[in-house]
Design a protein around this ligand. Structure first.
Ligand code: F0G
Length: 458
């Protein structure tokens, strides 16, 4: 008999979670103004809100925290992290930050000014937020295939080179301070970017003299997909692939809360001293001195260790198999999900799932609320709420895809939990034709509204 797949770790510490009754959940979500961010975690049974900062650290990560050096300047923990970053990514210069959006804030303060144009592949919301906050514009150059969820394409995170070149031709060089490639591309469904595409983007960008930065939160998952789907890389190790990926960029921003499996932290990696030095001033201003930048020594130790664990093939195989395990159950039942499955999450096409709810009634949010009521499972809307209003017209922006994301925390849930999630969603799917009304907004913030928005049932 062939031996089945099994996880590449075992559990040493557990955390209790509690089930609740449907009537309790109905009350809680109404008090939370139908915003899943407003729920207490104790009101959630299985939390798939995000895979960010929610992973389980290893025994090695916890033990290295005891060796943290909390010196203000020049701590050994800083040098440990610097060595790990250089070893894994190849970048000689780096700045620690407290999380990914802080890395964006620091880097963009150094590089972006009002009126600038920042092309990329479906920029993540905080990235776009930091761009628009500076009165600059993010231009989406993702390949069209990404927006057809049933279309099987191995690298739906890819940049469309023609779209990119059109932007580079249209605007003067001085208005395009950088190109941002997000690996994997969260907004299009945790979809990878191929090595070929990264290489081609870099060649094109070099021709126009524009630096390329990778938004790298899930760079290791991206490398895993390259190994599986890009013939040339089948026999390369994840770390070899990662090194080559970053060789096609001028730097990276990192939310360490994802692929480096820590609960808090981030950094910026730089190829060029000039960008590093320019950003250092902003790091000191916003984050802290350049050898800690918002992180404690113990956290830098855990991050250094996490970078190695997160780029281990067996870990990645376990992780991405679990995400696909959920995706397959849903897809087999006929639930419309982004395919191929993403690295960190399953993305459900809410408009096709709930065809009777009107577009302006926040379809994916409505589905998220229904799933929560059904089983105490919390996902997150990646749709109209997240897309915010157009900064100029203040009209709702309706993204091409209206998605509910079920993000799987790293090394946290078992496949029994995944079965539970699938069953809850299937139950909602079975009663989808009775869901005809969505939500409308009572109160919203001018930017990044989805975090704090208050809604009521239509
Ligand atoms: N870039 C990407 C691609 C992200 O997915 C995130 C965060 C960030 C940057 C910002 O990093 O949270 O450390 O400040 N994504 C989380 C998510 C919040 O749920 O997808 P951060």
């Amino acid at each position: 008999m062939e031996l089945p797949f099994a996880e590449s770790y075992k559990m040493k510490v557990v955390e209790l979670i509690q089930r609740s009754e449907r009537c309790e959940r109905e009350e809680w979500i109404s008090i939370a103004k139908y915003n899943l961010f407003n729920l207490r975690s104790s009101q959630v049974f299985i939390d798939l809100l995000t895979d960010s900062g929610t992973g389980a650290m290893s025994d090695k990560q916890w033990s290295t925290m005891m060796l943290g050096d909390e010196s203000y300047a020049g701590a050994s923990s800083y040098y440990k992290l610097k060595d790990a970053i250089r070893d894994i990514t190849g970048f000689n210069y780096f700045l620690p930050t407290h999380q990914g959006r802080a890395a964006e804030n620091v880097l963009f303060s150094a590089l972006i000014k009002a009126g600038d144009i920042i092309p990329g592949n479906s920029h993540f919301d905080t990235t776009k937020g930091h761009i628009e906050f500076r009165k600059a514009h993010a231009v989406d150059c993702t390949i069209d295939e990404a927006f057809h969820i049933e279309l099987n394409h191995p690298f739906k995170g890819n940049i469309d080179l023609d779209k990119l070149e059109n932007v580079l031709k249209k605007y003067p060089r001085k208005r395009i301070p950088l190109i941002i490639v997000t690996i994997t591309c969260n907004s299009s469904g945790g979809q990878p970017v191929s090595m070929d595409n990264m290489h081609a983007v870099k060649i094109l960008a070099d021709r126009y003299g524009i630096p390329v930065y990778f938004d790298s939160a899930r760079f290791a998952e991206n490398a895993y997909f390259i190994k599986l789907r890009e013939e040339k890389y089948r026999d390369k190790s994840i770390r070899e692939i990662v090194r080559e990926m970053f060789s096609y960029s001028d730097g990276m921003t990192m939310s360490s809360k994802k692929d480096a499996i820590v609960n808090m932290g981030g950094f910026i990696g730089f190829k060029h001293k000039e960008h590093f030095e320019k950003s250092s001033t902003f790091n000191i201003l916003f984050e802290g001195f350049i050898t800690y930048g918002g992180m404690s020594g113990r956290d830098m130790n855990a991050l250094a260790q996490g970078l190695y664990e997160g780029t281990d093939f067996h870990y990645l195989e376990t992780r991405i198999n679990q995400v696909a395990y959920l995706g397959k159950q849903l897809r087999d039942y006929g639930i419309p999900v982004q395919f191929p499955f993403g690295g960190h999450a399953i993305f459900i096409d809410a408009k096709r799932f709930l065809p009777l709810v009107r577009e302006e009634e926040y379809v994916a949010q409505t589905l998220g609320v229904e799933l929560y009521i059904e089983g105490g499972v919390r996902g997150v809307e990646i749709g109209t709420l997240l897309a915010d209003r157009d900064p100029d017209t203040r009209k709702n922006r309706y993204p091409e895809l209206e998605l509910l994301r079920l993000a799987i925390p790293r090394r946290v849930y078992t496949n029994n939990h995944i079965d539970y999630v699938a069953a809850a969603l299937i139950n909602v799917f079975d009663r989808r034709n009775s869901i005809i009304k969505g939500l409308h907004i009572l109160k919203e913030a001018p930017i990044l509204r989805h975090f704090t928005v208050e809604l009521e049932r239509v």
